[in-house]
Design a binder for this molecule. Structure first.
Ligand code: ADP
Length: 507
């Protein structure tokens, strides 16, 4: 496998369950597109393989066409026909796999949350590798993401390398150790894997429930390089608590495990050119930012600035799940009000009782001049909130990387975050004298409780109210920080390079 390439570029195939903006649930979707584009700009050939979901945003796919091939892939003792579609998403070629399986795996009106998710995605992974084999592609790297595509790794070595699909090394990125893809061993047999060989403590046996198999663990064990999405989270997951049971597995594979901070797509997220904003703006001229603030207040029925003061506007855009610190998000609404600010929450929850709770709060504040809760997923509105807000709260209990703090900074909204995971690697407290001035870009706290949040939010409010010049300098500095993919993409390329240059022994 060691090779001297004349061309500098690698051929990288990402196999993933999400890709922004066509099929995005969270940050994983942004990463596939952002990293993919950054690698492409640096001269690498990047292709993506995704399921063809019925609920994708088809308007964002260019030149979508069905290929004139019939791909048969194995599942549950039979082969099934798949159609393959090719389209361009954000400049990247994407192959969409449409299974003709009676279970209509991707014809469900949602990306995840189905009872048979394990089956849906193991089917997809098998079909994706079958497609690579049949199409004669010879990628240098196959890069998979999260539990949904982790099974590519054992499938590759056990089933596809023996058939000749053997050009690639495998990179696996875990975006969140909370979700692992655990099921009865028999479920693994469906995609053709040898269960007795894999249901072992050093392979895919779940570390808690020994009668189960764990897909995420398989991705870690069988990939050549494993990454997670920030250096701090890479440390945190090595503890029993952070690794959700996989810390021992990571300990055994530490040499190939790295934390690489995600970037954001700085072309898609650029307040100077963003077509979704009413007024574009930049770090050197914030007037458009204030115009967006006034416009959004008017649109949402919040009170405008009065002659004596312009209240700080606090934004929060998030999935409402326990990881995000929902109790602290709720508290920050009330605390902002107490401190004389305004608050806009854009979020939705897959957890029914959390969704109900926030619907109740939304009703309480329906006509309120300073609070608005919008409980849905709305990409366009998210841009307006990043642009209009002065501050942005992210009180996560854990946060593998977090993209919203980086987007907020790029749009001049100062992050107020709990010091965990990628938040700890990207937000540096304005009052912490151990950081150089040039690095300070937000407010942080440690204790995952109301006192902790108050400590950071109150300081931000106080600076905003008492020293507007200082505040504006902080805003300009945060906006100028480089959180693009440029640097992180170089780190991935270096990991790919090391991986490809290592001796051809498997592990
Ligand atoms: P996670 O992946 O855990 O959801 P991240 O911070 O990594 O969190 O990424 C969240 C992404 O999803 C950001 O791009 C954010 O703007 C977007 N997002 C989250 N909730 C919403 C929503 N309700 N409407 C629009 N965009 C949202």
């Amino acid at each position: 496998l060691t090779r001297q390439k004349k061309k500098p570029g690698y051929h990288v195939v990402h196999i993933a369950a999400e890709m922004a903006p066509v099929a995005k649930v969270g940050g994983l979707g942004d990463v596939v597109t952002g990293l993919g584009r950054a690698l492409q700009k640096k001269g690498h050939l990047v292709e993506i393989i995704l399921p063809k979901y019925d609920c994708m945003d088809y308007s964002r796919i260019k030149n979508l066409k069905v290929l004139d091939v019939e791909l048969y892939s194995y599942f549950d003792g039979q082969t099934h026909k798949n159609k393959i579609w090719l389209g361009i998403v954000e400049g990247l070629p994407v192959y969409f796999i449409e299974p003709h399986h009676p279970a209509k795996f991707f014809w469900r009106g949602q990306f995840y949350g189905e009872n048979d998710d394990f089956k849906r995605f193991t089917y997809f992974c098998r079909a994706a590798l079958e497609f690579l084999l049949q199409s004669g592609k010879r990628p240098d790297m196959i890069h998979t993401h999260d539990w949904q595509t982790a099974v590519v790794a054992p499938l590759y070595w056990d089933i596809y390398v023996p058939q000749g699909l053997d050009s690639a090394r495998l990179a696996f990125t875990c975006h969140n150790f909370e979700y692992q893809g655990v099921d009865a061993p028999g479920a693994l047999a469906s995609c053709g894997l040898n269960v007795p060989q894999l249901h072992r403590p050093d392979r895919m046996q779940d570390n808690f429930a020994h009668d189960r198999v764990n897909l995420l663990k398989g991705g870690i064990v069988f990939s050549n390089v494993v990454t997670t999405v920030s250096p701090t989270y890479a440390q945190e997951v090595r503890s029993p608590e952070g690794g959700r049971g996989l810390h021992l597995t990571l300990a055994q594979h530490l040499k190939k495990f790295f934390g690489v901070l995600n970037g954001i797509d700085d072309e898609a997220w650029n307040p100077a050119t963003d077509p979704l904003l009413e007024y574009q703006f930049s770090a050197d001229d914030l007037s458009g930012k204030y115009a967006n603030k006034a416009a959004l207040r008017a649109r949402l029925g919040l009170a405008p600035a009065d002659a004596s003061e312009d209240k700080p506007l606090v934004g929060c855009i998030t999935r409402l799940v326990p990881q995000k610190g929902v109790h602290l998000i709720r508290h920050s609404i009330y605390r902002t009000l107490e401190c004389g600010g305004q608050f806009i929450l854009l979020g939705s929850s897959p957890v029914p009782n959390i969704q109900r709770e926030f619907e109740g709060i939304a009703r309480d504040f329906e006509q309120h001049p300073h609070i608005r809760l919008i409980l849905k997923y709305d990409e366009a509105l998210s841009h307006s909130i990043y642009a209009a807000s002065d501050m942005f709260v992210i009180p996560s209990i854990f946060e593998p990387c977090g993209l919203t703090q980086m987007i907020a900074m790029r749009y001049g909204s100062i992050p107020i975050v709990r010091k965990t995971g990628g938040l700890n690697d990207s937000v540096f407290d304005a009052d912490d004298s151990s950081y150089p001035e040039a690095k300070k870009n937000g407010f942080t706290f440690t204790a995952p409780n109301e006192g902790g949040l108050n400590f950071a939010l109150d300081r931000a409010m106080s600076y905003y109210k008492t020293d507007r010049d200082w505040w504006q300098r902080l805003v300009s500095r945060a906006m100028k920080m480089d959180y693009s993919w440029n640097h992180s993409a170089d780190e991935y390329i270096e990991l790919y390079r090391q991986c490809l240059e290592r001796a051809s022994s498997r592990f």
